[in-house]
Design a protein around this ligand. Structure first.
Ligand SMILES: Nc1ncnc2c1ncn2[C@@H]1O[C@H](COP(=O)(O)OP(=O)(O)OP(=O)(O)O)[C@@H](O)[C@H]1O
Ligand SMILES: [Mg+2]
Length: 510
């Protein structure tokens, strides 16, 4: 650990001695993991310019925003020049994409620049996405368009503010060239910060090549980085698999608690660290329906909202398979134990999901019928495709306030809602806590505002088509305080559905 490295990047400049500041990288992956990557340089951006810079994240990394936002900082993060201590590399990985195995994916448009130790002592990757072709690019151009880069920035910040583990963006930079996509949009680089870029697909890459020694090294590296408490065990694969299952079970329950649909839960987009990674065609669900899909490429609904736990488990089974070569072959029960761990994901998820739902209903005590109570509410939502976020927020408000707005939202299901509310209130009376406390529980997990797709798209089209970042920045600011009732943010709580929006507007006066 290099926690004692100067926190800020500023250092006094002595004329003629090079840059006035540094990025204090400590590149464990480059150092320890030869054979897992190709050293590679980004393509220099022809005319780079900042589009977004994340001051708060820079500070978390121990970097001075003002210093990094200099011309030198821009050159470093746009491929024009490499910071002295960077060791840029493209990582190898494979992956199951929509069920099909691709043995050779890897960073086709991304590069790990290096690792930084943040102010909390955590190791974080600093990577570029959209920085040009690499040996893994296949037929791709190695580029990213400005719209999707800004989308990833916004979604990552929204998830972070919601308290959900996620990769985040330090910056979005225009490269100064147009990319070969529909409408020839501006090209961009997303500067991404992650607990690591180890994916389920990283293990699959070496398992498919039957590289047992490499798999062992990868396992040791992943454990040292994400589960150091397990590092001393002589037999690490099963405990590591359990730890990854636990993190994914928590993550998927948190996603579903805010209506998040990842959209491309391929094994190459599932992180070993338990962070959300790759905000491709993701979105937040509005009207509640577990079959909701956002991605046009997901025609079968494989990654629909309600499929996410099953798909996470499927991906974890692929991780388990990839670990088989490093399991103790003398242990005849080993396959059975691995199967139990993967099957155990469902139990872990269920526990976290029940916990989420309980909190969403304002409950803290545990009663056996809580899950049925919550499921009945979800069924009511599903019948009329009621807006998921509004319903739970208005339900939270109804704990200590009036419930007229909630009734309006349920349309024809109002009588059924009244019956359900009566049951819920009886249950809450047994909490042994004040209603204010119950409301505080509910408000802490039921966001007031989420990134609604129609608003995200409008903000992105202003940014990309009209070079007006105002709407994007206003949305970003609102999403930074998702659980607070901020009166000026009411317009951002409106769903896409005109009927629901109209009813809500009437009620809220927005
Ligand atoms: N424009 C591109 N050029 C080259 N390779 C690409 C391009 N777009 C995607 N790929 C590669 O295709 C594979 C799957 O892409 P996917 O969209 O899941 O990842 P990504 O969004 O590029 O990156 P990440 O998962 O790091 O966020 C990856 O190997 C990725 O590097
Ligand atoms: Mg990806």
């Amino acid at each position: 650990m290099r926690a004692s490295t100067p926190k800020a990047v500023s250092e006094p400049k002595t004329p003629g001695t090079g840059p006035a500041f540094r990025l204090p990288f400590d590149n464990s992956f480059f150092r320890d993991m030869q054979g897992f990557y190709v050293p590679w340089k980004p393509e220099p951006s022809p005319a780079p310019a900042w589009v977004q810079f994340n001051d708060a994240l820079a500070l978390e990394l121990g970097l001075e925003p003002a210093t990094l936002k200099s011309a030198t900082g821009l050159a470093w993060l746009s491929g024009v020049e490499m910071p002295a201590e960077a060791a840029p590399l493209a990582q190898a990985y494979a992956g199951h994409q929509f069920g099909q195995f691709s043995p050779h994916l890897g960073d086709g448009r991304a590069l790990l620049l290096g690792e930084l130790i943040d102010t909390a002592g955590q190791r974080r990757d600093l990577a570029l996405k959209g920085s040009g072709r690499t040996p893994f690019s296949r037929r791709g151009d190695g580029k990213a368009a400005l719209g999707p880069a800004l989308r990833e920035y916004l979604m990552g910040e929204a998830m972070h503010a919601l308290g959900i583990p996620t990769t985040r963006a330090l910056a979005v930079i225009r490269t100064g060239e147009r990319v070969n996509r529909e409408g020839s949009p501006p090209g961009a680089i997303l500067v991404r910060v992650a607990a690591s870029h180890l994916r389920v697909g990283t293990f699959e890459f070496f398992a498919a090549r039957e590289e047992e020694v490499m798999l062992r090294r990868l396992l040791d590296y992943a454990v040292a980085r994400h589960d150091p408490a397990l590092a001393k065990l002589s037999d690490k694969p099963i405990p590591m698999l359990e730890a990854v299952c636990e993190r994914q079970a928590q993550l998927i329950a948190r996603w579903m608690g805010v209506g998040f649909i990842h959209g491309v839960m391929n094994t190459d987009n599932m992180s070993i660290s338990g962070e959300t990674i790759d905000y491709g065609p993701c979105a937040f669900m509005e009207g509640f329906d577990p079959a909701t899909v956002f991605s046009s490429i997901d025609r079968q609904g494989r990654y629909a909202y309600g499929q996410q736990p099953a798909m996470a488990q499927w991906n974890l089974a692929r991780l388990a398979e990839a670990l088989l070569p490093v399991l103790d072959a003398r242990d005849i029960d080993v396959v059975e134990r691995v199967e139990q761990v993967v099957a155990g994901f469902a139990v872990r998820f269920d526990r976290h999901w029940t916990g989420q739902l309980r909190a969403k209903l304002g409950l803290a005590a545990e009663e056996p019928d809580d899950r049925a109570l919550a499921d009945d509410f979800l069924q009511l939502l599903q019948r009329e495709k009621v807006d998921f976020t509004l319903a739970f927020r208005l339900l939270s408000d109804a704990i200590t306030g009036p419930d007229a707005a909630l009734h309006d939202l349920f349309g024809r299901e109002r009588p059924a809602l009244s019956d359900w509310l009566a049951r819920w209130r009886q249950r809450m009376a047994r909490e042994g806590r004040t209603l204010q406390d119950c409301a505080a529980t509910a408000w802490s997990v039921n966001p007031f505002v989420i990134p609604r797709n129609h608003q995200v798209e409008a903000a992105l089209s202003s940014a990309v088509d009209e070079a007006d970042l105002g709407p994007f920045e206003r949305l970003l600011a609102v999403l930074g305080r998702p659980y607070e009732t901020v009166e000026s943010a009411r317009p951002f709580t409106l769903p896409a559905s005109p009927e629901v929006a109209a009813a809500h507007r009437t009620f809220c006066g927005t």
